[in-house]
Each structure stands twice: as C-alpha cells, then as structure tokens.
Ligand binder design. Structure first.
Ligand code: PLP
Length: 369
C-alpha cells in the first residue's frame, strides 16, 4: 500500500508549465508574477492591501516592527503554537506573554488573555489553530478596549472564515504562510494583509533594503530594511495554488468530517469542528498513558503500517528559551496536555475517504494490541 504522509502538497500541470515559462523568461526575482499574485490575494481578501514575503516568520517579524514593538513591550500569545510565533516577539526584543489554550479548539483562551494584559502590553498575537478561527468579535473587542494592536498568525488559516468573512479580509494585521505543509504553497513564502496605506509603504521599505524612489527614479534609503521579497517563480506557484484553494479546503473539510464520523478509539479529545474551518490539520489528543503505549512507539508502529504522523506542537513555555524567561511546567495545563497527547493524522486534498478509514483502523490496531 502507498505510504500516506501526514501532509502532501499538490501542484497541477498548468502550474508546472507556468513555472517553466517563468524560468525561461529570464525574470526570476520579484516581477510581474509577484504583482499578479498580490493582486489576486487582495481580491480573495475583499480588496485589502496584501504584501508578500519570503516566509511568514519574516512577515510576522516585520509586522511587529511596523507596530513599533520592541524592548520593554509585552505581546500576548498562546502557549501552544509553532515556535515561530513567540520567536519573532523575542527577535524584536519584546517579551512573549503566554496564555493557555482551549483543549478542543486549541485556540487562545480569551478570558485568560484579558487577565494577562498589563501596562506594558502592546499587542496580541493569536493563532487560528489548525484553521479554526479565534472568536474575532471577542478578540477585537478586547483589543479595542485596551488600545492594543492585533497581529493574527493565520499561518493555518488561509480560506478560514469567521462569521462568513475570510480571515485576512478584516482586522488589523494578518499573516499567512505558504510553506509546503500549509493549505496552499509558494514553496516558501508568506503574506501580510492590512488596511493602512502608510504602514503598507513602510512594509515595502522593511522588506527591501529601506529603498524608496522618487518620480525620476532617484533612490534614497530611509531605514535599514531587510530582504524578504518573494521570487517570481514562487509567486507563479502561488497563482496556480490560489486557483484551487477553495476546492482544496472543501475537500479537507469533508475528509476531516469523515474522521469525526468514523473515529473509534475511546477517551480521545477530538478537535472541534466549526463554521468556516479550513482544516489545515486533524489532530486528536490520545491519552497514551491510559492506553499504556508511548507516543514514540505509536508513531513508529503507524510508520511501519505506511502512515505518517506529525506532532503539532509541544508546549512553547517548556522549551529552554522560554523557561529562561521563568516559565515552568504547570503554568499552562491545556498546552502541556496537548503537547504530550497530540498527534497529527494524514489530511491533504488528494486523499480519499478510504484513506481516512485506513488511518482510523490502523490506530485501533496499534493501540489495542
Ligand atoms: C508555519 C507557521 C509559521 C511560519 O511560517 P513560515 O512561512 O514557515 O515562516 C508561523 N506560525 C505558525 C502557527 C505556523 O504553523
């Protein structure tokens, strides 16, 4: 039987041909395809300003710079995410203030979030975990009452909707990732969606050496910008992917619902379904202790059966870097439990329902024996 990885990108033939044309054109770095890709993304997000980057990690770091966040500032973020989320807060010299997440939605707990606000808090960096939107009405209500910026880490959430509106089509600054594991890819890449023209102009400078040009083409450098511009090759991949995004996400949704329907193992915490979910991942919590099986053993046995399993993610505050800020075991019980019990099961648009049944049956065999 074919090996079933936990995720796998799909690039269609038209895109492969398109990439070959870009390679033959002689224009490989930022050019017409980046312009077209940003315009198409902007159309997808109800006309918001969209700026692409070489990664979401770079995009998030620049977003913090745009907000003027640095030493002495605190940014509130969930204790369970990919480590890029708090790392960028550290990179600009600010302090990540962790808050626990909900066991079922895996999203930041908004009551605890509000309690974590201090006089040094400048921004909130929530994550729409696995493609399920955070309650954006409650989130933006808190931000507004406390005068905080919001930088949404929507790396999992391109195509996700909140109250019928796409994530990134509203809100403050919203960051997407186009890494190959995400719901659409540019190989490596990311984008910010925002609405403030002055901030967008500053983003242009921060992502390309701080260079500005006047009407006659004379250059000036206004700030020590970085180098985060997407290539035209990557943008051409993105154009081909965006055309399929809604059907990819529709397929993900029906596959995830099939997992929920045919799940067998008892005492697991299954991920919450919800309106507008784009199902970037399907990650149940399995009580390995109760079953007397280690997660490593489970992953090895599933691999032997031709099924790839991921782990997304260990609790952030238990990494050495974050322990050095004073965080310790016991601080965020849900994040810690997720860190120990989570497994990411295969879910990608080219799968079929019988693949889901194969995974569910293999889990019962592995843990039952
Ligand atoms: C993938 C990911 C990122 C980083 O994206 P890159 O494009 O790889 O830099 C940030 N946050 C979360 C939650 C992610 O899953």
């Amino acid at each position: 039987m074919d090996y079933l990885p936990f995720t796998r990108p799909f690039i269609d033939e038209e895109t492969i041909q398109g990439v070959a044309e870009v390679l033959r054109s002689g224009w490989l770095a930022t050019g017409p395809n980046v312009g077209a890709f940003e315009a198409r993304l902007s159309g997808y997000l109800d006309g918001r300003i969209v700026k692409t980057f070489t990664s979401a990690t770079g995009a998030l770091e620049v977003a913090l710079e745009i907000c003027g966040i640095g030493p002495g500032d605190e940014v509130i973020t969930p204790a369970m995410s990919f480590t890029a989320t708090p790392n960028v807060i550290m990179r600009v010299g600010a302090k990540p203030v962790f808050v626990d997440v909900d066991l079922e939605t895996r999203n930041i707990d908004l009551d605890s979030l509000e309690k974590a606000i201090t006089k040094n808090t400048r921004a909130i960096m929530p994550v729409h975990f696995a493609g399920l939107a955070v309650d954006c009405d409650a989130l933006y209500d808190i931000a507004k009452r406390h005068g905080l910026r919001v930088i949404e880490d929507a790396a999992h959430a391109i195509g996700t909707e909140w109250s019928g509106k796409r994530i990134g089509s509203f809100g403050d600054i919203v960051s997407f990732s186009f890494h190959p594991n995400k719901n659409m890819t540019t190989i490596e890449g990311g984008a910010l969606s925002l609405s403030d023209r002055n901030e967008a102009a500053k983003l242009d400078q921060l992502r390309f050496h701080g260079i500005v040009k006047d009407d006659e083409g004379n250059q000036d450098v206004l700030l020590a910008g970085g180098k985060y511009n997407l290539s035209d090759v990557a943008a051409r991949v993105g154009l081909g992917q965006l055309a399929h995004l809604d059907s990819f996400n529709e397929k993900r949704r029906s596959l995830a619902e099939h997992y929920l329907e045919c799940w067998k193992l008892k005492d697991c915490v299954l991920p919450r379904n919800g309106e507008g979910h784009s199902w970037h991942m399907f990650a149940p919590l399995i009580p390995f202790d109760r079953y007397g099986v280690s997660r490593q053993h489970f992953i090895r046995r599933m691999h032997e059966k031709g099924i790839g399993i991921g782990i997304h993610y260990p609790a952030l505050h238990l990494f050495s870097l974050y322990r050095s800020l004073g965080y310790r075991r016991g601080d965020f019980p849900n994040a810690e439990r997720i860190g120990l019990e989570t497994v990411t099961l295969p879910l990608f648009p080219m799968m079929e329902k019988n693949d889901i049944e194969r995974v569910v049956n293999s889990i019962s065999e592995t843990i039952g024996s």
